[in-house]
Design a protein around this ligand. Structure first.
Ligand code: UDP
Length: 241
């Protein structure tokens, strides 16, 4: 179990896929509860937490566009999907006794709060977990870029990418046997080798703001707290590597 947190404030990015559990689509309540438990463990270490949640388990702009919906419209549909996921996470986090706020880049006052930077920071200072939804609020972007953007705006000390695997590999380890895993990488390595950590816009933003990216498996219960304490298995991406 984790001992002391290495970071004061972190952003956890969860893809929509992570919320599917074993299902092919949608939200698995058991998985959402489990992730909320991980968040509660890290909160108990005294770390300020915000999250960005994706929407790929419900709708992806690119797939919508491929089936004939105008790309920008499809992207807005994707952003709405992230709101559903955020609300599910909020409910699960509150079951664990956490105080939370869902904050949307697209104003939606009857459902959640609109994004106001200083207000979101204040929530975290008061110990609330802030769940950012609607990505950047703009089509043609991803929630990974939303994660790098919010981590920069919130002054986070680290951006944690909760993935399906325990770090960054040179190929998808779930498909390619013998894929090579990295413990440490530089932002430039990720860009030059086109490693699938997050998209280039997101990496560049994290690099510019000197935010370390830690990639770990969200499927492992307790891994979030271990990574925040500098333990467990993860790949860290920094300027020096
Ligand atoms: N999206 C967008 N702008 C953003 C963030 C997301 O248009 O700033 C849309 C885009 O269509 C994307 C969808 O929302 O496909 C769901 O987000 P994403 O694919 O990043 O979710 P994840 O892969 O993390 O589940």
């Amino acid at each position: 179990m984790a001992k002391a947190a290495q970071y004061r404030r972190v952003l956890l990015k969860i893809s929509g896929e992570a919320l599917m559990g074993d299902q092919d689509y949608g939200i698995d309540p058991k998985m959402v509860e489990r992730i909320a438990d991980d968040v509660a463990q890290v909160h108990a270490l005294g770390v300020e937490i915000c999250m960005v949640v994706g929407g790929g388990n419900i709708f992806r702009g690119m797939s919508g566009a491929a089936s004939g919906i105008e790309r920008a419209t499809a992207d807005y549909m994707g952003m709405l999907a992230t709101v559903m996921n955020g609300l599910a996470l909020q409910s699960a986090c509150e079951h664990k006794g956490l105080h939370t706020r869902v904050v949307s880049a697209i104003p939606m006052q009857t459902v959640c709060e609109p994004y106001i930077r200083r207000r979101a920071i204040r929530h975290m200072e008061k110990g609330r977990v802030v769940i950012f939804v609607s990505g950047t609020g703009n089509p043609f972007f991803t929630t990974d870029t939303g994660a790098a953007l919010r981590a920069s705006e919130m002054g986070c000390d680290a951006l944690l990418m909760g993935k399906q695997v325990d770090g960054v590999y040179d190929a998808d380890p779930l498909r390619v046997e013998g894929a090579k895993r990295f413990d440490r990488l530089t932002y430039m390595d990720v860009l030059a080798k086109d490693l699938r950590v997050m998209d280039h816009a997101a990496i560049s933003l994290a690099r510019e703001n000197k935010i370390p990216i830690l990639v770990f498996s969200i499927n492992e219960h307790g891994a979030f707290a271990e990574v925040v304490a500098g333990q467990g298995r993860y790949t860290i991406v920094t300027e020096e590597g």
